[in-house]
Design a protein around this ligand. Structure first.
Ligand SMILES: [Zn+2]
Length: 434
């Protein structure tokens, strides 16, 4: 029997009824932890009559999660925990997230739902190119691939030559990969004279691990000649599989029967107006080991109104439009790196790699965007290059509302990484000694 998932056929009212029941049981479980015991403000499970009643509960921040280390949020006996992941801690101390056997099973089913929606079956060869280990990207997809019956290759990240060798030898049809690494693989294929569209069999790619633009998704689609799907998650909520694109590729369906998602204005912490971006705040609905209530993800996105043609009535969210952590203040203006990517990749001559450097010579912010050009656009014609540089600078000025210096480089000249890309180098903190 092929794998199936009935939850995608739930009506909106069935989903909401389910959420009320699950929120009540979550409240009960969380209330027994040291971290939440005294913090729930006297709200009891019976006070929850509607999913919106979640707003009566307190928010949980990353700082609180850190303070509760190592086990303040643990809601089960240690013997019932079968795995721990440790978040990457890009913005400070890492935090542990615990899972029971049931949690791992539900996690795999959430990811499998998204893979199924993209048409993945037991006929597929799934090459999982995400880091295995404490990072959740690798193992999170691994068990979903096996659940669907794919021949699952735990390739992990890095070693690009071997990755390409695996794709060629075993005819990998499905990939899971960090977007910037997908570009790197395309670059190496180009150098080896391999045309992924002709020489590889990849037909479905799942992107995760870092926010990216629609322009970048399309470039990867064109490069591989495959359908590319976005996947959202964070280690505090298991990992990948909180929300994934369906076949329509018009927004990511949240697994509403596992996660209750709110979009809040990050300043007022009131619900953002429908369709307006705000911070994703997520409550786990079925987690046993470590239930989290109204966790502030710091990811900015919006809810997409209207019904999806695919038939699923699970909430649809936009791609991540920025992270409150990533926001840069340059010359007094708020800048999200993803805005820069959107502007750059909308220009045909711009290649697939760029680095943003900010420093503060003589007390004035200066932002330099170093850009690789495509092979076709790079030339010795200084006049043409100057004109192109001015065009890119104007485009960035329009997008960001601040002046930016642009440097042009030949393809392959800028540093690359096999993991998450380092796109922003902010030297200001060091210079001011802050
Ligand atoms: Zn859909």
């Amino acid at each position: 029997m092929p794998y199936s998932d009935d939850a995608v056929r739930l009506s909106r009212s069935e989903i909401e009824q389910m959420q009320v029941q699950l929120l009540r049981s979550t409240l009960e479980r969380a209330g027994a932890t040291r971290a939440y015991r005294s913090r729930l403000g006297g709200v009891s499970p019976n006070d929850i009559q509607h999913p919106e009643d979640v707003r009566r509960l307190p928010l949980t921040t990353k700082e609180q999660l850190r303070e509760g280390q190592p086990d303040g949020f643990l809601a089960v006996e240690q013997r019932d925990v079968v795995r721990m992941h440790y978040s990457s801690g890009t913005t400070g101390v890492a935090t542990a997230v615990y899972h029971t056997r049931g949690d791992l099973d539900r996690w795999a089913r959430c990811v499998a739902r998204g893979m199924l929606a993209a048409g993945v079956t037991d006929e597929d060869v799934f090459q999982n190119m995400m880091g295995y280990g404490l990072f959740t990207g690798g193992l999170g997809f691994h068990y979903a691939g096996e659940l669907l019956g794919c021949m699952t290759i735990p390739a992990s990240s890095g070693n690009t030559e071997r990755q390409i060798h695996l794709m060629q030898t075993f005819g990998s049809t499905v990939l899971h990969i960090i977007p910037s690494y997908a570009l790197r693989v395309l670059h190496i294929c180009g150098r080896r004279g391999i045309d992924p569209r002709e020489d590889l069999r990849v037909r479905v790619i799942f992107l995760g691990g870092e926010p990216h633009t629609e322009e970048l998704r399309r470039r990867i689609e064109e490069g591989f000649g495959a359908s590319v799907y976005n996947c959202y998650g964070l280690s505090e909520m298991c990992g990948p599989g909180v929300a994934m694109d369906c076949a329509e590729q018009n927004g990511l369906h949240v697994c509403d029967d596992h996660y209750l998602v709110e979009v809040l204005d990050p300043d007022s912490l009131e619900p953002a107006e429908p369709g307006r971006p705000g911070e994703l705040v997520i409550t786990t609905l079925r987690r046993e080991a470590m239930p989290l209530i109204r966790y502030r993800t710091r990811d900015i996105a919006h809810v997409i109104p209207g019904d999806c043609p695919c038939g699923s009535r699970h909430t649809r969210i936009s791609r991540i439009e920025g992270r409150t952590d990533d926001m840069l203040v340059v010359k007094g203006v708020n800048v999200y790196p993803i805005q820069i990517e959107r502007a750059l990749l909308g220009i045909d001559e711009v290649g697939n790699n760029y680095v943003i450097t900010i420093d503060r010579p003589e007390d004035l912010d200066r932002m330099v965007v170093a850009v690789e050009l495509t092979q076709e656009a790079f030339s010795d014609d200084m006049r043409a290059l100057n004109a192109l540089r001015e065009r890119i600078a104007r485009r960035l000025h329009t997008e960001l509302d601040i002046g930016v210096e642009v440097e042009l480089h030949e393809p392959g000249a800028l540093p690359v990484s096999d993991g998450k890309a380092v796109r922003v180098i902010d030297n200001r903190a060091r210079e001011t000694g802050a």
